[in-house]
Write a protein that binds this ligand. Structure first.
Ligand code: SF4
Length: 412
């Protein structure tokens, strides 16, 4: 039994001392050492491998795992880490302490990995990083960006957009501070960049944003949202929100509610603040009572649900393309996938149509529900070609019949 991730990074050996059934512990920078640690554990050695490793080569050089599941269709989606770590130190967040400083991979390596994935059948990649759009910023600032190293994030997106066969590019999670004009323009210009951005906001109140050390204002966030929609009018914006941060007043909370409307969030993940040992916010006084935080969370989620449903309703009648992920939770032969806007679409296949994970299907949206869209599959190009051939053949048969001696003819 092994323990990995942020808690493992923080506690290390203490986990081995406390839980005698744990064989090994690996921190956030030591994923690639798991095979060695496993072999050692099988030889009876208990070990803990934690601590920051600043080597991009060691941290990012992981074996690729993209395989077709037998009988399950071909995997078409993959995650590609482009940077790791975080230098932002938001006052509520433990990530900078457990993931260490920002480290970006060389752009050429990222591109090579995406090309290799596309050759294996991947059609959608999601670029990953704690502050993914800060990709390469330290190199850019030092003037060391370039072919062998990194480049501004928008340029990296442009490079990937040109890879033949790659149909969808996403990224998560960006930070508003690094949302520059080039990245906004990219959303209007790059063919394969999906019309969805998940841009964590956390609070609609400038006072609370400052206490959270988020380094942007409500006004700046709204400016980005507006610019993104100018660049790509159908863009879907989703976010993360925290309620009950120390010192959050009714007025602060009302500002969070009002920005949900103003920014037009189609969806959000919302949480009650909970203190993380080792973070700056733990020192803040003026906690919000748990019942009040809970009431605020429920109000926020009710408002978001209304907005999500309103957006889903606005999509009814539209056509889109869905990348199938598997059976729908509703069963009854339905399959489920995501559209380019990252919405869940449950789909009724056409009679006789077998849809497998990895298939890409043109659909028409026929119903909106609070959490998803329902759609019907449209005739595919192949279906269309078959139907065209069928009607052409039927036409030939009709002509032949019309000209046959057994048929009545004007001459007969
Ligand atoms: S919330 Fe995000 S940006 Fe802030 S410290 Fe955590 S990982 Fe970094």
């Amino acid at each position: 039994m092994a323990v990995g991730g942020c808690v493992a990074e923080q506690l290390g050996e203490k986990l081995l001392d406390r839980f005698t059934h744990v064989d090994f512990v690996f921190g956030t920078h030591h994923l690639r050492r798991v095979p060695e640690l496993l072999a050692a554990a099988q030889a009876g050695e208990r070990s803990s491998e934690v601590g920051e490793d600043r080597s991009a080569a060691r941290r990012f050089d992981l074996p690729m795992a993209t395989r077709a599941e037998p009988g399950q269709g071909v995997r078409r989606k993959a995650f590609v880490t482009v940077m790791e770590g975080c230098d932002m130190f938001c006052s509520f967040c433990i990530v900078p302490l457990t993931r260490g400083r920002e480290v970006s991979r060389a752009a050429a390596e990222v591109e090579a990995e995406v090309r290799a994935l596309v050759e294996r059948g991947i059609r959608e990649v999601t670029l990953l990083g704690q502050t993914v759009n800060a990709y390469g910023r330290h190199d850019v600032r030092r003037g060391q960006a370039g072919e062998a190293g990194t480049m501004p994030f928008a340029e990296l997106l442009g490079r990937l957009d040109a890879i033949p066969g790659l149909e969808r590019i996403r990224y998560t999670s960006p930070h508003p501070l690094f949302f520059d004009d080039a990245l906004i323009r990219a959303h209007g210009e790059l063919e394969h960049l999906c019309p969805h951005v998940h841009l964590p906001l956390q609070s609609g109140s400038n006072r609370i944003l400052e206490a959270m050390r988020r380094r942007y204002t409500r006004e700046r966030y709204l400016e980005i949202a507006e610019a993104l929609r100018r660049a790509r009018p159908d863009l879907v914006l989703t976010t993360d929100l925290i309620v009950g941060f120390p010192g959050e007043s009714d007025l602060d909370f009302e500002q969070t509610l009002s920005i949900v409307e103003a920014a037009g969030f189609v969806d959000s993940f919302s949480f009650k603040y909970s203190p993380r040992p080792g973070t700056a916010a733990v020192q803040l006084g003026d906690p919000v009572a748990p019942e009040l935080a809970q009431a605020r969370l429920l109000r926020l989620q009710a408002l978001q649900s209304e907005r999500t449903l309103a957006y889903h309703r606005s999509r009814v009648g539209q056509e889109t393309r869905v990348l199938i992920e598997g059976e729908s939770r509703h069963g009854a032969g339905q399959v489920s996938g995501r559209d380019p806007h990252q919405r869940v679409v449950n789909l009724d296949p056409r009679p006789g149509q077998a849809l497998l994970p990895g298939d890409r299907v043109a659909v028409r949206i026929v119903e909106a529900t609070p959490h998803s869209l329902r759609a019907v599959a449209l005739p595919t190009e192949t279906d269309g070609a078959i139907e065209a051939r069928r009607s052409e053949a039927a036409g030939r048969v009709a002509l032949a019949l019309a000209g046959s001696p057994a048929s009545p003819s004007p001459a007969g």
